[in-house]
Design a protein around this ligand. Sequence first.
Ligand code: PLP
Length: 371
Amino acid sequence: MQFIDLKSQQKRIRSKIERRILKVLDEGMYIMGPEINELEEKLASYVGVKYCITCASGTDALLIPLMAKKIGPGDAVITTPFTYIATAEVISLVGAEPVFADVYPNTFNIDPAEIEKAIYKAKEKGLTPRAIIPVNLFGLPARYRVIREIAKKENLFVIEDAAQGFGGSIRRNKGCSFGDAASTSFFPAKPLGCYGDGGAIFTNEKGLASLFKSIRIHGSGSDKYQNDRVGINGRLDTIQAAVLLEKLSIFDSELEKRNKIAKYYNQNINSVFQKHYIPKKYSSSWAQYSLLARDSDHKEKVISELKKSHIPSMVYYKIPLHLQKCFSKLKYNIGDLPISENLSERIFSIPMHPYLTIDQQDTIIEVLNHA
Ligand SMILES: *Cc1c(COP(=O)(O)O)cnc(C)c1O
């Protein structure tokens, strides 16, 4: 059994992907070929925002907006400690300081009340709060209506980290449409993945979109050899865009299957495991299906039972970011963000992808319910 089965997906669309890649080889436009524009238009229309700017990774998709807003030394960016390292790493990369705000114990997403505390804490430290990076963890959008109210009041820029969140939604609004800028990743294991690294930024603001485009290609101005600002080499490869165009065409049917599987898991997995709470009107893209065990001993026992039955599992995230060695200079201690720390001890993820058979789902459920 696979944790994420990319092979079955490839089988389904292999010939179409081959045709797309061959077209790129024939045309020879490996950098910024016509597939890039085609993909950006399709992604923007899928999400329902005006502009999409593809880039080299989900990490670059977070970095570019921070650079565009000139966020740097002396500035604070509020984010969650219960996420992948890239979310906070980019804040340090531009020289600003990440200030962590704890999460809700049921949605695992950043808690707006904790954001207000973090803003206060940042100011007390002499930092200028400039932005908030909420994360749509495991595909579930964060509480953007409240977050945007705080951002407006405090004049903060919101960067939606939707690396896992492409395909999630709140009411009729899709993930990647909630921030002033939104970032997603096309790393192969994400809900919409390519066959290498890739990412995209979304925004409704024309001025921001042109800044993002410029920073993506070395701060270029009206032509490539006129550089208006410092940027990066942050382009998406044409071949990856070609792959994504085919994957996007089956994305909705895959999303539907993920949701069906999540529902089946939710209904049949024993209630000793706490499930990921999806608030009313919210929907997740189920980048991961995660459960909470009673405590860390219980978790270890369940993981080893799964292993005995050849069922892969993962722990996202074993160490909350405030306790990572790379952030030791920020001087956080155990106990500072208790909810994230507790989740780290109890959480584990089981196989989730659109090609899980009903038999495989039943096997997983049975092992969990007897563990
Ligand atoms: C995967 C991920 C990223 C980084 O994306 P890459 O494409 O690997 O650079 C950022 N944030 C979160 C929450 C992620 O899961």
